[in-house]
Design a protein around this ligand. Sequence first.
Ligand SMILES: Cc1ncc(COP(=O)(O)O)c(C=O)c1O
Length: 391
Amino acid sequence: MALNRIDDQMKFRTRAIHVGNAPDPQTGAVVQPIHPATTFIQPGAGEWGKFDYSRSGNPTRSAVQETLASLEGGCGALAFSSGMAATHCATMLLKSGEHIVAGQDIYGGSYRLFHKVCNQAGIEVTLADLQDLNSLDAAIRPTTRMIWLESIGNPRLTVPDLPAIIQLAQARSLLVAVDNTFASPALLRPLELGADIVMHSATKSLGGHSDCLAGVLAVREKSLLDKLYFIQNATGAVLSPFDAFLLGRGLKTLELRVHEQCRTALRIAQCLESHPMVTRVLYPGLTSHPDHQRATELLNGGFGSIITFEAKCDFETTRRIVKSTKLFGLAVSLGAAESLIEQPATMSHASYDAAARVKAGITDSLIRLSIGLEDFDDLSADLDQALRGGN
Ligand SMILES: Cc1ncc(COP(=O)(O)O)c(C=O)c1O
């Protein structure tokens, strides 16, 4: 799984197409075959071939894991049945009595896993404001093992100071796990900055077509990869061969899609900023975003495809707006060809406790957009008619 020198020399977009995608030796097919086999004939009793049972390893899954490791710059990657399965696997590195410090601006499902599942296993989680390194430092306890953060936060699109957080964590021998879903490796590769684990909801930009539920852990060091592989194999939430095929196909166009979505997102964010029905736009590409400078330094090639904004209205009018777009689909998820709209307070972040939602700045009039691959003119016209009271 280690990158060889030729891989290192190739550019991201080329690796997305060629690493893990060697022509099939039997047929010359230029795309990976889907191997639905659950079991594999072995050379002898107690002698093991490369694959033995599909939970432990499957050729289609191995191929996409190789591509993923190359794109994130890791020693290896593991593909899971969902992003939450991948996150759960990472948390299972900890034992009862140990502690995680997580960022405040995180996906609602991660919040739920940390507070309503990990705690049952005796793993405590404290949320800290990662924009303030003193607050992060103060949250660290003698039992802390891991810092969990999103490279672009959700839904406020905060961009934490990843190099400084990694430095702080390394000084205290803590693992740094980064949910890189919003940025994708096309914009940011945390392992190259010294993070230990990168997690993805590959359901989003990596798959890119709203047709494959998947999760990924990419890892910097082999010893950690081995531990995570052990947990994955023991617990079993692996990616199916068909979904591994879809994910591999999506990765081939990742950079093209992400860069195009970033271009459109920046233009939409600029339009929203001057819209009379909008009070505030949060997009790291805007100079008005508190983390704009850091985003410019850390992100390469764009600022992501997600925009959040506050509408100048109450809860019910916000609900009406998100229902009255014609191109933007009213749905959670993001990073796909089709643009989506949602109200975090009632949808993606409904699993936050009410008080935590307020603390995280998730107001009733907050709207989140995922910019797809449609034409800018059509998307901006659709938002305008919805904001002006269309239905
Ligand atoms: C940032 C982020 N992390 C993790 C997840 C969970 O991934 P999945 O839905 O693939 O389990 C999501 C899902 O929306 C997400 O947006």
